[in-house]
Design a protein around this ligand. Structure first.
Ligand code: FAD
Length: 457
């Protein structure tokens, strides 16, 4: 019997899965493996919401493989040692894995390659599993990556794409391979109460129903905070429960301006991945240093705590921060305006905000989170790095009826729009009726402090 191992990482699905397909083509038996590696926890990425979503994904993957005669093998420990032990036990001659872009994923790949070579086993790293167009496939002249989105998008959109692969009919797993028990969401503490259910089945249902219900309206309504009509596919894409390439192909098949706008957003995901692949250090260091003198000390700490807890006194900022705590997810417009508020109005280091997002976001992703934070902070790829979003205008524009604010900030439930976006303007007794804080800082004072700190005033 020939045996191959498929090492699952951020690709927890059976549909459109090139490593699984290649393993099944090359071997009679396959071990689908997922390793819970404590090194990932130590790196600070084991947030409760993501662990809960991951548990759902693993259970669903095990079920999908079970329907095909197989199962998922789960191990705990150092990934490289676990793969090696399994290869030795099953006498596998191939290991298949999706390519990653983080420094962690790259180092793991290198270690695996070395160790497996010693055992005479081949490692196949597959591109285009997690992304649509792999990093490095499109580059500008004279550079290893695009630093500006629009020219990247033009090239990316013209790339020929493969047809999504169907799920295999049969997966035969060798007998006698030990597995840990499947983790369960119910065993994980501190999960956000409104966290979505994970798994490939759930993700595929969502993709299909969202394209039908909201695909056409996406272009006009993607910024409508209360309408909530974006796909909410980000956690499924983060864990690879849905293939980004299949999402693009299905949206294109549907056609129309809404579907194309959705595809463009998926391109942002690849854009950040190709930046991180070329500059792994950008996960923590400024991509374009602006010589910021970020605020530190007790005042900054108190402001940061108020921001985290959703009590800055700016209703739309607080609404979005509370949505994050409750759902482990936040609308993109909310992410933009809360990040701008922290890094510019409060002039606090983007890394503090990115850390808090990673602690809570179910889709928390090194490439997308860190590089979007840098984009907003102006240390990343934004061509207008010093722009500051005004949270009052943002609230009035993207939540004109105040529905989103009242949904998440119940203290202000009695206020209509536009007053709900500026409760400090109420006078005397009217203001006193609302148990809601005054703004941490006036917007023009915040703007001046930011310009001084950054040296642009
Ligand atoms: C400060 C900040 C932090 C962010 N952190 C993350 C993160 O950790 N993980 C994450 O997946 N996204 C992150 N984003 C990007 C974006 O906000 C989310 O992908 C989006 O809100 C998810 O909702 P959705 O699936 O309904 O998106 P849709 O609008 O339906 O878009 C479809 C898909 O396109 C991708 N996408 C959309 N916008 C972006 C973007 N700006 N950058 C990269 N990909 C995008 C996502 O995969 C998304 O699921 C962040 C944005 C900001 C401003």
């Amino acid at each position: 019997m020939t045996v191959a191992v498929v090492l699952y990482t951020s690709d927890l699905r059976v549909h459109d899965h090139p490593p699984l397909r290649a393993a099944l083509d090359g071997a009679q038996e396959v071990v689908p493996l997922f390793v819970r590696d404590p090194a990932v926890d130590r790196a600070g990425f084991a947030a409760a919401n993501r662990l809960a979503f991951l548990a759902d994904c693993l259970v669903d993957l095990d079920r999908a493989l079970g329907e095909r005669g197989g199962r998922l093998v789960v191990r705990k420990g150092d990934t490289v040692s676990e793969v090696r032990a399994l290869v030795r036990q099953t006498e596998a001659d191939e290991v298949h894995l999706a390519g990653g872009v983080t420094a962690f994923a790259r180092a793991r790949e290198e270690r695996l390659r070395k160790v497996l070579e010693e055992d005479g086993c081949r490692l196949y790293v597959h591109d285009g599993v997690v992304d649509v167009v792999p990093p490095g496939d499109v580059t500008p002249q004279g550079s290893d990556h695009f630093a500006v989105f629009t020219p990247y998008y033009r090239r990316w959109a013209g790339e020929p794409l493969r047809t999504p692969l169907s799920a295999p009919r049969e997966v035969r797993v060798p007998t006698g391979v030990r597995s840990e028990r499947m983790p369960r969401r119910s065993g994980i503490a501190d999960v956000s109460p409104g966290l979505a259910a994970g798994g490939e089945s759930e993700g595929r249902k969502r993709l299909a129903s969202w394209l039908t219900a909201h695909g056409d309206a996406y272009e006009q309504r993607h910024d409508d905070l209360a309408g909530d009509v974006t796909s909410r596919l980000s956690p499924y894409l983060h864990f690879g429960a849905v293939s980004a390439l299949e999402a693009v192909q299905r949206a294109r098949k549907r056609g129309g301006a809404g579907a194309e706008a959705f595809v463009r957003q998926l391109c942002w995901r690849d854009f950040h991945r190709q930046v991180l692949a070329a500059r792994p250090g950008a996960a923590g260091a400024d991509y374009r240093p602006r010589h910021d003198r970020w605020r530190r000390g007790a005042g900054a700490e108190a402001d940061l705590a108020a921001w985290r807890e959703g009590r800055t006194g700016y209703p739309v900022v607080d609404a979005a921060m509370r949505q994050l705590a409750h759902e482990g997810w936040m609308h993109n417009r909310g992410r933009l305006l809360t990040a701008s508020f922290l890094t510019k109005t409060l002039y606090i280091d983007w890394r503090e905000g990115a850390r808090h997002f990673l602690d809570l976001l179910v889709d928390g992703d090194v490439a997308n989170n860190q590089l979007n934070w840098q984009w907003v902070a102006g240390t990343g790829t934004d061509s207008r790095p010093h722009r500051v979003l005004n949270p009052v205008l943002q609230g009035k524009r993207y939540d004109p009826d105040g529905v989103y604010v009242r949904r998440w900030v119940p203290e202000l439930a009695g206020l209509g729009a536009p007053a709900v976006h500026e409760p400090w303007r109420l006078s005397g007794l009217d203001r006193a009726a609302y148990d809601y804080p005054d703004p941490l800082i006036g917007l023009s004072d915040g703007l001046e402090r930011f310009r001084r700190g950054r040296g642009t005033s």
